[in-house]
Design a binder for this molecule. Structure first.
Ligand SMILES: [Zn+2]
Length: 187
């Protein structure tokens, strides 16, 4: 049974699937890449290029075993992300706004395709409504519950250069940053 942890689906993969996952991850910017810290610009042109970007991101997301992926993670500083909006629905959302969030919050462990090997607790509203446009420019709106509400909030953060290490507890942050500190590898 796959467990969903923030942006990542945690499950055992066969060797071929695992090789695909590694190839996909190699195309996703990894912490501390500067693109992950930048604020993305609104999408203005809903053209073929944007549709191809959304398609490419959906493939990468699936191959990487993720349930969400934001454009800055592939080095594109535009406000668009793809995510699983329900059990079997992967969609693209451009210029998203969280228009409603429940007062009720929940703390759960979150991982990120750009911060491999780190899982930190993050508190988020359990229900949100996000509005924006799909990759063709049509207005869309999603009312989401866990775990999909958490993914959408995680992806939305990426568009502002905000990462899970910024959203967690001081202790978990310290531990994660210690793990992520560049290490000298002697070969
Ligand atoms: Zn992430």
């Amino acid at each position: 049974m796959a467990e969903i942890e923030g942006q990542i689906r945690d499950e055992e993969l066969d060797p071929e699937r695992d090789a695909r996952r590694r190839l996909a991850l190699a195309q996703i910017r990894q912490y501390p890449d500067a693109a992950l810290r930048m604020k993305a610009r609104p999408v203005e042109e809903f053209d073929d290029q944007l549709v191809s970007l959304a398609e490419r991101m959906k493939f990468l997301m699936r191959d990487a075993n993720g349930i969400g992926l934001a454009a800055p993670q592939v080095g594109v500083l535009q406000r668009i992300f793809v995510f699983q909006a329900s059990e079997d629905d992967v969609v693209a959302l451009a210029n998203p706004e969280i228009v409603e969030a429940s007062e009720e919050t929940e703390v759960d462990d979150e991982g990120c395709l750009s911060i491999q090997g780190v899982l930190v607790p993050v508190e988020r509203p359990v229900r949100v409504t996000v509005a924006g446009r799909d990759e063709h420019g049509a207005e869309v709106r999603y009312e989401l519950e866990e775990p999909y509400s958490r993914v959408a909030q995680h992806e939305n953060d990426h568009l502002d250069g905000v990462l899970i290490v910024d959203r967690t507890t001081p202790e978990a942050r310290r531990e994660a940053l210690g793990f992520l500190r560049p290490r000298i590898v002697l070969q």
